[in-house]
Structure formats: C-alpha cells, structure tokens
Design a protein around this ligand. Structure first.
Ligand code: KG4
Ligand code: ZN
Length: 337
C-alpha cells in the first residue's frame, strides 16, 4: 500500500510518500519565516502560501521517493484538527488529485498522525497510552486500538507548545519559541525561581498552563531588566515546572492503566530532550517502553505521519471518502473518521 499523504494543518506545507509504516519521502515547506514578523501564524497568509507551494511540494515528494502517480494506491489528507483555511487547501488538493488520478482519498485525524509518528520503526502494542504535546494540543490518550481512542486528560487552556511559544515571546526570543526556550533552559538554573507546578492537586489527568504563563509574566516584570543569564534561568525554571506537571499526570495515568506496555510521545514538544529524558526514566521504572518519533522532523508537523496513520486506519477497516468534503468540521482526536 503506497500512499501520497498531505498535511496543511497549520504553517507547514508537507507531502510524503509512505509504504505501510515506512517513509519513502517527507517534504516539508515551512512558512516560519513568512509569519515571523507577525509573531504568530496569520491564517489567510498561511492559506495563500499553501496554495502557492503545494504543487511543487507534491512533485518533490514523488521525486524523492522515486515514484510516479501510477505507483500510488491512495491519497491521505489531514482533515483536522487544525487551522480551517489552511486545512482546506490540502483537502481540496487531495480530492482534486484523487479524481484526476482515480485514487481513493482517506481522511486522517492530525492527532492520530502525531501518535503514528512513533510507529514508523516500532510496532504499537495495544492498549497503549499516548502523550501528544504540540502547539495546539496537550492530550493524554488511552488507545485500545488505532482509531479507538479515549482522551483521558487534556489542557484546560493553553497547550504545552503554546506555553513555550508565549514564554519565548515574553522573553523577546522570537517565534516559534519552543526550541529557543528549550535551548536557553539547557544553560539556565532550573531552581533559580520558585514557580508553581500547574495542576498538581487537581485529582485528574488534565493540564493547564495559563496560570504558569501569568506567573512567568509577573516574574519577568519583577526581574526586569533581563540579561541573558536571567533569561536562561527563567526559561529553565519555566521548563522544570511545566514538565513536572506533565510528568505527574503521566505517572498517574501509568498507575491507572497498569496493562499498558507502551507510552507513545508525539507532537512538536516531543522534540524536547529534557521531556524525553524524564519520561524515559518514569517509563523504565515501570517496565513501560517509551516510543518517540525517530527523527526531530517527525515530531513537528509533517505528512509522513499522516500517511502512516492512514495505513494503520486502513488496516483497521477505515473506508475512503465517498462524498466531496466542502466543510471543515471542528474535530477532536476522538472523532471517528
Ligand atoms: O506539532 P507541531 O509542529 O504543531 C502543532 O500541531 O501545533 O508543534 C509545534 C509546537 C510549537 O509550539 C513549538 O514551540 C513546540 O512545538 N516545540 C518545542 C520544541 N520544538 C518544537 N517545544 C519545546 N521544546 C522543543 N524542543
Ligand atoms: Zn501538529
């Protein structure tokens, strides 16, 4: 089963060619530089750039895979969740190409794509837990099989990646700030400032980052003017408590679901080395295997994970789209496709 997969869920135009769970090509055309001057993603600029670039990205993905349209068995496309004007470009293109080349089109949930990014080299063992932490979502998922998932915890406000981006902005570090804050945190003192660990006593598996964001804002006001050393200490202190909160929830989830043998970590923040290290330790102590995307580019948005997710979905009985999609629904990871 060879699939051409498209993801235009946010600010990356990505097209991949996958064969079952194997990646033959994964081309990502980033819009980061185009949105940087606005300090965040501008929806209709994202849409215009996706439209301008998608054909060239498709051609590159086929070429890098050494394949032609006749070799494709299906097209997979991210259906949501994501930014509607951006998603629309990929969905329309997938349908247009499906018709043109006579290929079935499969819809893929973006968050299941992030989960599938862990399964390209290691097969999933169900039931499993998945922690998906990106710029738009923070979710803890219990998966009985691919597609049969329950969200057991989620953020009540900002996503973890969004919290990193906001701290970066408050520290004047640019956008997107996750990696910049993480790099700075690596050279700072995580115990320099006493910030609260969010949701420590909430009694559930949910997360929340708006309170911490506010605490960081007040800390910055209190510490100004900031030199590089202070910025690094603030970044490190933020990272310590933001991740301590996630760790507590993961530990609690592993206790609640002792039958689980794997934890699949996906989403942009899965690129964070410190987060990987603390989760690895927690998993090892409990005899659980931590699955992570094998490369950094598979952590952040990419189409290869969508192709792999489509293949798992098809194996589980998912059917292709039969009617034209002309409306982008609000979608959660639990929505059936
Ligand atoms: O999955 P993704 O590419 O996009 C969404 O679906 O949202 O995730 C992007 C997010 C951004 O918020 C970015 O700041 C964050 O992932 N991120 C990181 C790191 N690399 C990317 N956050 C923390 N540490 C990193 N190394
Ligand atoms: Zn994503």
């Amino acid at each position: 089963m060879t699939i051409l997969a498209i993801d235009t869920s946010f600010d990356d135009t990505s097209v991949a060619v996958t064969e079952k769970s194997q990646i033959l090509s994964n081309v990502i055309s980033s819009q980061v530089k185009d949105h940087a001057e606005f300090g965040g993603v501008v929806p209709f600029l994202a849409q215009r750039l996706h439209k301008e670039r998608i054909d060239a990205v498709i051609e590159m993905a086929l070429k890098e895979a050494g394949k032609e349209w006749k070799d494709m068995n299906a097209i997979a496309v991210t259906y949501g969740p994501g930014l509607a004007p951006a998603l629309e470009v990929g969905i329309q293109k997938a349908q247009e190409l499906g018709e043109l080349h006579g290929k079935p089109v499969y819809k893929v949930n973006h968050m299941l794509g992030h989960m599938a990014s862990c399964f390209t080299e290691q097969a999933p063992l169900y039931p499993l837990l998945s922690l998906l932490v990106s710029g738009g979502h923070s979710e803890l998922i219990f998966a009985r099989s691919f597609g049969d998932v329950t969200v057991i915890g989620q953020t009540l406000d900002d996503a973890l990646g969004e919290a990193y981006d906001k701290v970066a902005r408050m520290l004047g570090l640019g956008y997107p700030g996750g990696k910049i804050v993480a790099d700075l945190a690596a050279v700072g003192n995580p115990d320099a400032y006493d910030l609260p660990i969010p949701m420590l006593r909430s009694g559930d598996l949910n997360l929340s980052y708006s309170g911490l964001k506010n605490a960081v804002r007040l800390l910055i006001l209190e510490q100004e003017p900031l030199d590089d050393a202070k910025k690094a200490d603030i970044a490190a202190s933020f990272e310590r408590v933001a991740q301590a909160s996630v760790l507590k929830k993961v530990e609690k989830a592993l206790e609640m679901y002792p039958e689980v043998q794997q934890l699949a970590l996906g989403g942009g923040v899965a690129a964070n080395k410190h987060l990987r290290a603390i989760l690895e330790k927690a998993c090892t102590e409990r005899g659980v295997t931590l699955l992570i995307p094998p490369t950094m580019s598979l952590c952040t948005d990419n189409a290869a994970m969508i192709g792999v997710a489509a293949w798992f979905g098809i194996e589980a009985g998912q059917q292709p789209v039969t009617e034209k999609i002309d409306r982008i629904p609000y979608l959660t990871v639990e929505d059936p496709l």
